[in-house]
Ligand binder design. Structure first.
Ligand code: SAM
Ligand code: SF4
Length: 333
């Protein structure tokens, strides 16, 4: 089977799948407090998700990241993880992983590890319990810390993702770095992106460019640039003094699209070829139209043939350009 290659000769080997739009948190930069969620019938069933992901894997996808919403609040999600582990066993899939807010990790960590998950990304913007409750609205820090401990205890590598938020976790920069260093977690900072319908003013107020964060970091540490690339927007440094690895995801301060290897599937079967563009392909219709995977495969190939060169996010000149009206929880971040 010929593998997926886009019009700019980029092999598509990484699929991120949002398995639900629901979440037990309401992070202010991600969701409105009162969200209208999708009717259940619009969601791909777990069997359909399996068929969809297996088709992509057949077309050369080697890395699957499960996200949401909060993936671990989807009912019976372990069934899906266990089903995907057959592709790990066959060698077709190199990595099965997830991005989670950590709230349910204490319950699921052991089963995830047993299904072949080796690494998990946990989103954590602050180590201050009050601030954590404020930014997530419904989240509680001790529950997440317990989840992280449980994951570590069963041997999962935990990477912490923190959204850099001006005036919010600026003064916690070193605390986060020190905590991750002590616990042995990699840490990646993400620039806040213009997703959802949050007011333009608030979004710009929150924006803490990672070049500024990096400069702050360099006041205390020697930053050694690493050549390592994951095909995505992350750039890494090593802190010479501690040996820790720190990542920066900077969709806004520089463009990372030339090596983009990924596409995103929503829980309703829409394929977004770029996080920063509105264009998408409905894969649910071809999936449901025929039990023959050839129909779905043709739809996937046609979608990949439309993958754009890059996104248009831009905060320069003090305005938000390239604003996406959909929420991050829709495409899974
Ligand atoms: N619920 C899971 C979690 O929080 O990890 C997975 C889904 S969440 C949408 C994925 C990632 O997107 C999280 O790390 C979150 O911090 C990030 N995110 C959400 N909205 C964002 C925004 N507007 N800008 C930048 N990152 C955002
Ligand atoms: Fe939920 Fe993750 Fe969005 Fe927070 S960032 S509201 S945890 S989906």
């Amino acid at each position: 089977m010929e593998h997926l290659i886009d019009p700019f000769a980029r092999p598509i080997s990484y699929l991120r799948v949002s398995v639900t739009d629901r979440c037990d948190f309401r992070c202010t930069y991600c969701m409105a407090e009162h969200m209208q969620f999708l009717p259940k019938k619009d969601l791909l069933t777990l069997e359909e998700l399996d068929r969809m992901c297996s088709t992509f894997i057949g077309l050369g996808v080697e890395k699957l990241r499960i996200t949401g919403g909060e993936p671990l609040v989807r009912r019976d999600i372990l069934t899906f993880f266990r089903a995907m582990s057959r592709h790990l066993e066959s060698g077709a899939l190199k990595e099965l992983t997830l991005t989670t807010n950590g709230s349910q990790l204490a319950r699921f960590a052991g089963d995830l590890a047993a299904a072949g998950v080796r690494r998990v990304n946990v989103s954590l913007d602050t180590l201050d319990a009050d601030k954590f409750a404020a930014i997530t609205r419904w989240g509680r820090l001790p529950q997440v810390l317990e989840g992280i401990r449980a994951a570590t205890a069963v041997g999962l590598k935990v990477k912490i993702n923190a959204v850099a938020l001006k005036g919010f976790n600026e003064e916690e920069l070193f605390r986060l770095v020190d905590w991750c260093g002590g616990e042995g977690h990699e840490l990646t900072f993400i620039e806040v992106m213009p997703m959802g319908e949050m007011g333009e003013e608030l979004r710009l107020d929150q924006y803490w460019p990672l070049k500024d964060l990096r400069a702050r970091l360099a006041e205390r540490f020697t930053l050694v640039d690493l050549a390592e690339r994951s095909g995505g927007p992350a750039r890494y440094v090593r802190l010479k003094e501690t040996g820790q690895k720190i990542g920066f995801i900077t969709p806004l301060t520089h463009n990372f699209c030339e090596s983009c290897n990924r596409v995103r599937l929503t829980c309703t079967g829409e394929l977004y070829m770029c996080l920063g563009q509105e264009d998408m392909a409905d894969l649910r219709a071809p999936l449901r139209a025929s039990p023959d995977d050839a129909v779905l495969e043709a739809a996937i190939r046609a979608a990949i043939a439309r993958k754009p060169k890059g996104h248009d996010f831009d905060y320069s000149r003090q305005r938000v350009a390239g604003q996406m009206t959909r929420h991050m929880s829709h495409t899974g971040g």
